[in-house]
Design a protein around this ligand. Sequence first.
Ligand SMILES: Nc1ncnc2c1ncn2[C@@H]1O[C@H](COP(=O)(O)OP(=O)(O)O)[C@@H](O)[C@H]1O
Ligand SMILES: O=C(O)C1=C[C@@H](OP(=O)(O)O)[C@@H](O)[C@H](O)C1
Ligand SMILES: [Mg+2]
Length: 169
Amino acid sequence: MNVVLIGFMGTGKSTIGRGLAKRLALTHVDLDELIVQQSGCSIPEIFARSGELGFRQRETACLKAAMARSGVLSTGGGTAVQAANRAVLMAAKTPVVWLTATPETVLKRIGDDPNRPLGRPDQLATLLAERTQAYQAVADLIIHTDDETPVTLIDQIAFWLTAQQQTQA
Ligand SMILES: Nc1ncnc2c1ncn2[C@@H]1O[C@H](COP(=O)(O)OP(=O)(O)O)[C@@H](O)[C@H]1O
Ligand SMILES: O=C(O)C1=C[C@@H](OP(=O)(O)O)[C@@H](O)[C@H](O)C1
Ligand SMILES: [Mg+2]
């Protein structure tokens, strides 16, 4: 992968990843979509049939497959929380961008979405606090999304990636 987006549910990983890939003329891979494709069932169905553990096993397998490809990868909100997945990300030396948002923003954006089994409104703030350190541990760039439009966020990330490439050239 050329760049990986991590962060909590509703921070815009899927939206920004799709737009960033278009901007950079790269392929976009959404890890959740890959899991659904490979499993032949939806995320809530995977959670219902195989539990969170079953979902996490599929997620790690798909992450490894995705990291072997080029493009922009939008992870799921729990991907970088698993130590094994953080090891995969760090080994790849791909730039990792952490998108942040407050629990209030997340709630406004995702509400009580049945497609996000771990997105229970009354649990969001606690889950976000528990996960923050894990995101921080692998982030090369932190982008606060609360007051920015997707287009502005894509501009910021594209600018940073270009600067990174120039430093390395
Ligand atoms: N910067 C933003 N400002 C306003 N709404 C946003 C922003 N980023 C994403 N959204 C909206 O929030 C919702 C969740 O975005 P999504 O890309 O699915 O997040 P994630 O993949 O991180 O869970 C979508 O309805 C999307 O249109
Ligand atoms: O935070 C999580 O544990 C999850 C986030 C979801 O992705 P988004 O962050 O794209 O909603 C999806 O991977 C699954 O429902 C689990
Ligand atoms: Mg997503």
